[in-house]
Design a protein around this ligand. Structure first.
Ligand code: SF4
Length: 214
């Protein structure tokens, strides 16, 4: 019974978020499952040939990369194994010049703002300017009531989990708690807030009614 009302509340929050993202100039697709998200994305990307993939668990969870591979598309993914440091750098640059960039978010406010924190900046750069099309996918766990809590989510959830997953030597990867560290491996260096859709970038936001990513 509790799950039923949790799902109801999540759906209502996602609907409010979708309405406000639209008001802020974003194209929005509200879907129930990762599989539906993948289908929705495939319908949007047929005309594109080159794809950039941001450092995102969410994008990998929904299965879109194997679909693109099956279609013979060119994929710029800096998480591919066995790339040299120079190749990783080249892939990051290519992400900003691809036809279509796919990524997730660290948080999105129900008021329609998109929040990301990067260590290098290739994701937030490609998301805001360069590719002809950007598709952002966010599980319902990324939706926070307002901008303050969206920023707080990055500090208390996304940052520590990402640092841990990347094997970073940061305080949060040890204790689970952000100390606003001065670690050389600090991953939180650039914060972007998309208050409105960037003027020259076509962004679709796919909100998924299940938890995805960090
Ligand atoms: S600022 Fe440092 S401690 Fe805080 S989440 Fe980022 S990497 Fe972790």
């Amino acid at each position: 019974m509790v799950d039923r009302y949790r799902r109801w509340l999540d759906r209502k929050t996602a609907e409010r978020c979708a309405k406000n993202l639209k008001r802020n100039g974003f194209d929005v697709r509200l879907v129930p499952t990762p599989e539906a998200a993948c289908r929705e994305m495939l319908a949007m990307i047929t005309e594109f040939e080159t794809f950039g993939i941001g450092g995102s668990e969410t994008i990998r969870q929904i299965g879109i990369i194997s679909e693109l591979n099956g279609m013979g598309k060119t994929i710029h993914d800096h998480w591919k194994p066995d790339l040299s440091p120079d190749e990783v750098q080249a892939v990051r640059l290519d992400q900003g010049r691809c036809d279509c960039f796919l990524c997730s978010v660290n948080a999105v406010s129900a008021q329609g703002e998109i929040v990301n924190v990067d260590g290098i900046g290739n994701r937030v750069t490609a998301m805001t300017y360069g590719p002809r099309k950007v598709i952002v996918v966010a599980g319902v766990n990324k939706i926070m009531p307002d901008l303050t809590q969206a920023l707080e989510r990055v500090r208390t959830v996304a940052g520590p989990m990402r640092a841990k997953s990347l094997g970073m030597e940061t305080p949060c990867a040890e204790t689970g708690e952000c100390t606003d560290c001065h670690s050389p491996q600090r991953i939180c260096r650039i914060t972007t807030i998309l208050h409105r859709r960037p003027m020259l970038t076509d962004i679709s936001v796919v909100l998924v009614g299940t938890p995805l990513g960090y």
